[in-house]
Design a binder for this molecule. Structure first.
Ligand SMILES: [Zn+2]
Length: 136
């Protein structure tokens, strides 16, 4: 097969598979604990209510940008249950988010809009309330 022949109708990869090509081995590796997370916050929160927030993070090694979602619930016993999830973004998506960011960090409609980004592909990892990291 001639792979230079662009007329061959290759099936499009699902977006989740395309996204595996972003990032580097350090930021795609499943952390064992929070200390091993290699991404850092990039600026202010995009959306922030007392128990739910979004912000952008950069990989310290490859600069891949991730959308981070933090969610917190208070259990019956008053214990705080916290989740964190990270998904990689394309540069187009980063621009789209920055172009649409609300002046009000509590803007619920922008929060819902960001939630949809999180649903578009698996998270590279999710930190569960017990501190365990899993794939999304
Ligand atoms: Zn990286």
């Amino acid at each position: 097969m001639n792979y230079n022949d662009t007329s061959v109708p290759y099936p499009a990869l699902p977006e989740s598979q395309l996204m595996l090509k972003v990032g580097c081995e350090k930021c795609l590796e499943l952390p064992k604990s929070y200390d091993e997370v290699v991404t850092e916050r990039d600026g202010e929160h995009l959306y922030d209510t007392s128990h739910h927030s979004f912000h952008l993070e950069n990989c310290r090694f490859c600069s891949q940008i991730y959308l981070n979602q933090f969610y917190e619930e208070i259990a019956d016993g008053g214990e705080y249950l916290m989740w964190n999830a990270w998904i990689p973004l394309t540069s187009e998506e980063v621009n789209l988010i920055r172009d649409n960011v609300s002046n009000d960090i509590r803007d619920a409609s922008f929060g819902d809009w960001l939630k949809n980004f999180m649903l578009q592909r698996p998270a590279v990892y999710i930190c569960l309330p017990n501190g365990e990291f899993i794939r999304g």
